[in-house]
Design a protein around this ligand. Sequence first.
Ligand code: 4NP
Length: 159
Amino acid sequence: MTEPVKVLFVCLGNICRSPSAEGVFREEVRKAGLEDQILIDSCGTGDWHVGKEPDSRAIAAARKRGVDIGDLRARQFRSEDLDEFDYILVMDRQNLADIRDIWRQNGGTEPVLFLGYGRSGYDEVPDPYYGGNHGFEHVLDLIHEASEGLLTHIREQLA
Ligand code: 4NP
């Protein structure tokens, strides 16, 4: 049995976008029967929400799509993640700049924009924290589309 592929989603607070991405991608992976071969986690660049559950709006929006993220708890990114994970997938350019600063010092897996695996025309997942519920639906649409592209890519690597 080979080592699982390790995927890490990163946003700012780890309570809206990256736990949503973790939940949606985990569901895609489960449906594909690859849960033993792909390990998934998420974290935030900031530490304000460490130990907290996802934002209630993110939990509700995900639940409407059959994805349960209520058990996830926020943690902060650490430089060791660059050595441990095979994919470091960030939500926006600020996340990219923040993780790239650490990557330049540390080396390891280079962080990339998650939506690079999608075809929506967007390259960033907008921060929904200060917006209304619609923002969370849009986030899930973007995440779902990119998750399919990511899974296709990883399956090609596993084949
Ligand atoms: P996230 O959203 O990065 O998608 O988890 C945010 C959550 C919290 C804050 C900002 C963005 N905040 O400023 O506390």
